[in-house]
Design a protein around this ligand. Structure first.
Ligand code: SF4
Length: 257
């Protein structure tokens, strides 16, 4: 089994197990965090239905494939896994895990099944992928649609590009705070993304640090690159106001453990 497949399998298992054992309150909180993102994904679907359905061939949307499915090692963010597991019916998760546990050499993407993608909610990278032919077709049919698509691309960044507090980062932080870790937590382990966070003054995370299991807010020192404790959650007001707001309204809503 390749390292990529193994990482995907272990991370999917970790997320599914965690959510299965999480309280109803916690699951509801996570779902609330994803509300704007779900609305965004619905807008993408609507756009694809209106502007791409006629262009994309049977090998793409109609068979539930996206044009990127022939590439090796699609990038999946940890938050992609969480969103999918949160909103998938149990049989869909079973189907997804079955695929990951079955090594096949005749297909490129490890998530591709006989009926297309096994994700209930595809990774964002896949959802936003447009091949050149689709882009050209869209441009010819409706030049204004291209500008609309570019607006959606910019909007997609608001969920995963950490030059501001973003959902994908907050989800990772929440799982880190619960003591879980995955190589797919790129918002916390990619040097490039960490650099963007530091530049924006956002290189912080939350961990369940104290022996009593209380939430502890940690911040990356921009000067030293080291993790330095700054304050506990209850006194997070000295953070930049928008960051403190995000902390309060998302993962700290769960309160001390
Ligand atoms: S995850 Fe799904 S949509 Fe993305 S490349 Fe793989 S099969 Fe295609």
């Amino acid at each position: 089994m390749s390292t990529y497949r193994e990482e995907q399998r272990e991370s999917q298992e970790l997320v599914i197990r965690y959510l299965r054992e999480a309280s109803a309150v916690e699951r509801a909180q996570l779902k609330r965090m994803c509300k704007a993102y779900r609305e965004f994904r619905a807008a993408i679907h609507d756009f694809q239905r209106r502007h791409l359905h006629a262009i994309c061939t049977l090998s793409c949307f109609q068979s539930n494939l996206s044009a990127c499915c022939n590439k090796d090692g699609v990038i999946t963010f940890f938050a992609d896994l969480v969103v999918n597991a949160l909103f998938s019916p149990p049989h869909a998760l079973h189907h997804l895990m079955q695929g990951l546990n079955t090594v096949r050499d005749d297909i490129k993407c490890i998530y591709l099944g006989a009926n297309g993608c096994r994700w209930h909610i595809k990774p964002l990278v896949c959802e936003m992928f447009l091949c050149d032919r689709a882009l050209e077709g869209m441009k010819a049919a409706d030049p204004q649609a291209v500008a609309a698509w570019q607006r959606l691309e910019a909007e997609a960044k608001r969920f995963r590009w950490p030059d501001r507090p973003v959902l994908f980062d907050l989800i990772e932080s929440r799982f880190l705070a619960a003591g879980l870790c995955s190589p797919l937590m790129y918002l916390h382990n990619s040097p490039g993304l960490m650099r963007i966070k530091r530049k924006a003054g956002l290189a912080w995370s939350v961990r369940a640090g104290s022996p009593g299991g209380h939430w502890q807010l940690l911040q990356v020192s921009i000067d030293t690159d080291g993790w330095i404790p700054t304050q506990t959650a209850s006194s997070s007001s000295s953070l930049r106001p928008d960051v403190a707001d995000s902390v309060r309204t998302t993962f700290l809503a769960a309160g001390p453990r």
